[in-house]
Design a protein around this ligand. Structure first.
Ligand SMILES: [Zn+2]
Length: 297
């Protein structure tokens, strides 16, 4: 049996109570969630196996081992994101739900978040418990993409600690995809690995009449971005990759870090983009396209 340390420091009495209940249940070796989830849908999660430790309560449909592994991974990634972005702010408890059955995942996504895209791989949303305390819930499906999806959704949770809800949508989705391929090597996050699938998509879009300029991408509002997901996601990933990998100073000393600091100061995200990454828009579009076209998976 592994030893769990509950580090939750949420002020909510209910959260402390939950933490206590969960610890006791783990020590007893039990695996089934007996406490009702804060917002409905408990019928979907009643039989899930639970492991809680560090910052995460993990509910896995397939078993205790999966719940344990996901819990370990999520805590590892949250620590790595904190280190990468030098963000040592308090991270509140969050919940991760991993479905084994795709149909149950789809029903849950529809039920709790109103999401019904047929190619939805996971999602991260904020929920409110019965005491009015907000927490993140990350939801994914157990398949070969589980860990990239968890890294992706975990980034959406993490960026909230950096920028709250002002993160430009292209940056949020671009960075989340950028970190999908991250690996922890010698306790450091190794980033920048290129997914062949994403690269081919980005190259195909940039080479077609349906290409978007950087101006169009960074000025888009969320609904427009999501409506055009087949173009915006690959391009947001490619733009993030370009900005992160081309800068010789690298994060946290380069232009991306300065851009994030600008956003934290409430500056205009589009105006700051050009200030930080290049005022000559035509040149930047050209350099970006050339970079993507010669990138190798
Ligand atoms: Zn995302």
């Amino acid at each position: 049996m592994f030893i769990l340390t509950i580090m939750w420091s949420c002020k909510s009495k209910r959260m402390f109570y939950l933490a206590g209940v969960i610890t006791a249940r783990l020590w007893a070796g039990a695996a089934v969630l007996a406490d009702a989830p804060p917002v409905g849908a408990q019928d979907k999660l009643n039989a899930f196996h639970e492991v809680t430790g560090g910052h995460y309560q993990v509910l896995a449909q397939s078993g205790q081992t999966a719940a344990f592994e996901v819990n370990r991974y999520m805590n590892l990634m949250l620590g790595q994101y904190s280190k990468f972005f030098r963000n040592w702010s308090q991270k509140h408890p969050a919940r991760v739900v991993v479905f084994e059955k795709p149909s149950h995942f789809g029903e849950y996504a529809q039920h709790v978040a109103g999401l019904s895209h047929h190619n939805l791989a996971g999602f991260c949303h904020r929920r409110t418990d019965t005491d009015g305390v907000q927490y993140f819930e990350l939801v994914a499906c157990q398949n070969q993409d589980l860990y990239p999806v968890l890294a992706h959704e975990g980034f959406h949770q993490f960026i909230y600690y950096e920028l709250g809800n002002i993160t430009p949508i292209w940056l949020n989705e671009g960075m989340a995809q950028y970190f999908e391929t991250a690996e922890v090597v010698n306790q450091k996050l190794r980033v920048g690995r290129v997914s062949r699938k994403k690269l081919l998509q980005a190259q195909s879009i940039l080479g077609s009449v349906h290409r978007l300029s950087i101006e169009q991408l960074i000025s888009m509002d969320k609904p427009t971005f999501y409506r055009q997901a087949s173009r915006t996601y690959p391009l947001a990933w490619a733009l993030t990759h370009y900005l992160m990998e081309q800068d010789p100073r690298r994060y946290p000393n380069g232009a991306v870090q300065k851009y994030i600091r600008d956003l934290q100061r409430g500056r205009d995200p589009v105006a700051c983009f050009w200030t930080r990454f290049g005022r000559d828009r035509e040149k930047l579009n050209r350099l970006f396209a050339a970079y993507v076209m010669r990138l190798q998976p």
